[in-house]
Design a protein around this ligand. Structure first.
Ligand code: GRF
Length: 218
């Protein structure tokens, strides 16, 4: 007989809502690790995946894993504030302990942050505070930086400005051409996936405090 699914509120297992806009390989890394380790050992499970658009691999990955999904498109709302309110409501409906932006390509607004600030984690493909924004990989390459990487941080009211939890370094090689953004991004994502999985698990299992710009994980 198949064993019963874990209860929706398993004690000690934190609830994650993951937001995606694209391929969802970071989401997949979280799902695979939770599947391998089990939610109790990992400390968390993904209870829902949200997106700002239909037709993306990230949503397919969630559906394939049997995870509830929701889509909240800006164009379905009269303005950005209304979208933000709807996204906050759709996310809150799944009662997350942590919300993870894993390649979610929208800046959330005040309503969302008033609700989820301090427990909304983002991963960015550059070493913040250098190269914030939507083109972190391309900008580091164009600048001629010798190293770049990824930053897992809490989201605040600025763009990629919130307290840093962890960073991973990736070398920019002499032979990385200005057109080589995709290859560099692929190397960053190898590091990023492992870092995100490690950080989210650590936050879930140990808890944390945010003191000014410092994130303290016991
Ligand atoms: C990641 O590199 C993330 O930092 C950036 O977009 C990428 C998302 O990749 N914002 P995926 O959708 O998880 O594969």
């Amino acid at each position: 007989m198949a064993s019963a699914p874990p209860p929706d509120h398993a004690p000690g297992v934190k609830r994650l809502v993951v937001l995606v806009s694209g391929t969802g390989s970071n989401l997949q890394a979280l799902l695979d690790t939770i599947e391998e380790q089990g939610p109790e050992r990992y400390g968390a499970r993904v209870v829902a995946v949200g997106a700002d658009r239909e037709g993306i691999t990230g949503l397919e990955r969630a559906r394939a894993a049997g995870i509830p999904t929701f889509v909240c498109r800006v164009k379905d709302h009269p303005d950005r504030a209304a979208w933000d309110l709807a996204l906050a409501g759709a996310t809150a409906a799944h009662a997350p302990d942590l919300v993870v932006s894993a390649g979610f390509m929208k800046i959330v607004g005040k309503e969302f942050l008033d609700r989820f600030g301090g427990r909304f984690v983002n991963t960015h493909p550059a070493l913040l505070p250098s190269f914030p924004g939507a083109h972190g990989v391309r900008d580091a390459l164009a600048y001629g930086a010798k190293v770049t990487g990824c930053t897992v941080h809490f989201v605040d009211y600025g763009v990629d400005t919130g307290p840093i939890i962890a960073q991973g370094v990736v070398e920019i090689r002499e032979d990385d051409s200005p057109e080589g953004e995709a290859a560099l991004h692929a190397r960053i994502k190898d590091v990023e996936r492992a870092l995100l999985v490690e950080v989210v698990g650590r936050l879930a299992r140990h808890g944390y405090r945010i003191e000014g710009r410092k994130v303290l994980v016991p």
